[in-house]
Design a protein around this ligand. Structure first.
Ligand code: NAP
Length: 275
């Protein structure tokens, strides 16, 4: 069944919404770590997080996420990726992911546009057959945005995934306006700049002004900055820490920042970011 691109069929959720990335954080082995990730997914699902993003590029992450979702696959919206220049290996990745996620992937993305001409037709056939609900493309580099735009214009893709945070708004120049024009869903990677933005917080006196938006901590403020852009469908910060998940959830509901509040966050990020 095909889904509405902009909302990804995430009915009942306030959009933009909070999802969860799995790069590094779910690339783990061993029972204690697996148990800890299962508890993290328990908390995320209980608090309304539905979208989990993974990839065969992330080591054990697909397998670990699949194990965390055993017995409740239907409660999650799984976004994974195909990532290989070799179509035979790409097909192996797809077969493995379908095994991990009980025969169905909600969103299949071409990771970093690798061999996209090969995989888009494959994913289109899977979408037509109902094995996946949606297909998309991702890239983390600004230099790839023009190619992403060309694909968005020419192919029936459902989503794009790109970096977007208080110190990296390159996607707002052309990518997000085009996504809005074509009704394409937007997944935001690196909302914390791979964690670098959370390392130094502005002083608490500077953060008090955001309390009326329901956020008190710097990470929650950074995340609310992303989610306050109504062109975004879902932001997918990665975390392995239940307290960080809790903190991030504080950012996931209205009231959203107005333009002035967003500009103030950008100013603070530029001033206090230690690099
Ligand atoms: N090309 C692609 O397709 C591509 C590229 C990059 C990323 N992605 C996707 O996007 C997801 C997110 O990007 P990302 O993982 O690179 O970076 P990110 O989400 O910007 O940052 C993740 C880092 O932020 C930390 N963090 C999370 N919440 C925090 C909080 N409340 N306070 C302090 N630190 C916090 C995490 O550490 P803790 O574990 O300590 O919380 C983790 O180290 C990835 O996991 C992946 O699923 C896709």
């Amino acid at each position: 069944m095909m889904i509405e691109k902009r909302t990804l069929g995430l009915t009942g959720l306030e959009l933009p919404c909070l999802g969860m990335g799995t790069w590094r954080t779910f690339d783990i082995r061993g029972k204690p770590e697996q148990h800890a990730r299962k508890e993290l997914v328990d908390s995320a699902l209980a608090r309304g997080v539905r979208v989990f993003d993974t990839s065969p590029m992330y080591g054990e992450s697909e397998r670990v996420l699949g194990a965390c979702l055993t017995g409740r696959r239907d409660r999650a919206f799984v976004a994974t990726k195909v990532w290989s220049p070799d179509p035979t290996e790409g097909q192996r990745q797809i077969d493995r992911a379908l095994h991990y996620f009980e025969g169905r992937v909600d969103l299949y993305q071409v990771h970093n546009l690798v061999a996209w001409r090969t995989y888009l037709p494959v994913l289109e056939r899977m979408r037509a057959a109902g094995t996946i609900a949606a297909l998309g493309i991702t890239h983390y580099q600004h230099s790839a945005f023009s190619e992403m735009e060309a694909i968005m214009r020419r192919y029936e893709i459902d989503t794009i995934q790109a970096p977007y945070n208080a110190l990296d708004s390159a996607c707002t120049h052309r990518l997000l306006p085009l996504a809005e024009e074509r009704g394409i869903g937007v997944l935001v990677m690196q909302p914390f700049g791979e964690g670098t933005l959370t390392r130094t917080s502005p002083p608490s006196a500077e953060l008090m002004q955001f309390e009326r938006y329901g956020v008190r901590t710097w990470p929650a403020i950074l995340l609310k900055w992303v989610l306050s852009d109504q062109r975004v469908t879902v932001a997918i910060p990665a975390t392995s820490n239940p307290e960080h998940l809790e903190e991030n959830l504080a950012a996931a509901s209205p009231p959203w920042f107005n333009d002035a509040a967003r500009m103030e966050v950008t100013r603070l990020a530029a001033r206090y970011h230690a690099g």
